[in-house]
Design a protein around this ligand. Sequence first.
Ligand code: HPA
Length: 275
Amino acid sequence: MVDPRWEKLTEAAADLRRLLDETPEVAITLGSGLSKAFGVPDGGRIIPAEEIPHTPRPTVAGHAGEFWAGRIGETPVLVQRGRAHFYEGHPLDEIVFVTRLFAVLGVKTLIVTNASGAVNPDFRAGDLVIITDHINMLGANPLHGPNLEHLGPRFPDMSAAYTPRLRQLAQEVATAEGIELKEGVYVAALGPSYETPAEIRSFRTMGADLVGMSTVPEVIAAAHAGMDVLGISIATNLAAGVDPDATLTHDEVIETTDRKGSEMRRLLMGIIAQI
Ligand code: HPA
């Protein structure tokens, strides 16, 4: 019997392929508020998520739920504007559906972006950070259950899930563009409540620099499917307790994303041009 997850993926890929002029080389998953900041590049086309069967609809403000397909420079790119999160209640299979769809289409490189809280006390709100590695504290793994053999092996290696060559390229582009880029380990917490100061202290002890509620499922699915991955985060706020007098709000996350979004866009454009 064909795995129903594989059936859905091949159905969605067939529909999406009909709407694309060429196979995208790079896919970008844009996080909270970044869809707005990234905007829509010239040319290409918007594909509403409703046109692609089985694609989960994000519900959070700041997530558009659509794709943009076109060229950035010479590179065919597919942009996911708005992702689904585990805290919304979707099963992880659905969260990684679009990532797997990219793999089935033939995308080689996935760029994931997100907003995060700074766990590292040396980071500041507004820092752009290359993700070097992650810690999965979601309590679940998108590869749980029967393995999708068409995509990858049962026990995928995660030693270099965040492709070193792409991290290097990102740093080179940042230097050329005069953008300061930090590096750090991202820990995924389930949310949707922000973390407690005690949780943040424990995450720091574990070796985390950033905390967020996304990205890790997609990166696991991408690594499983053999894609190269680049992860870039905007540390939109100091994580809970890092500034003992501060409180955390979604508005602050959106505000910092808006403020730093154009820099993120410049960085992404520069990276894609050289990928
Ligand atoms: N915690 C979790 N997710 C986040 C945060 C945070 O502090 N900021 C932005 N996304």
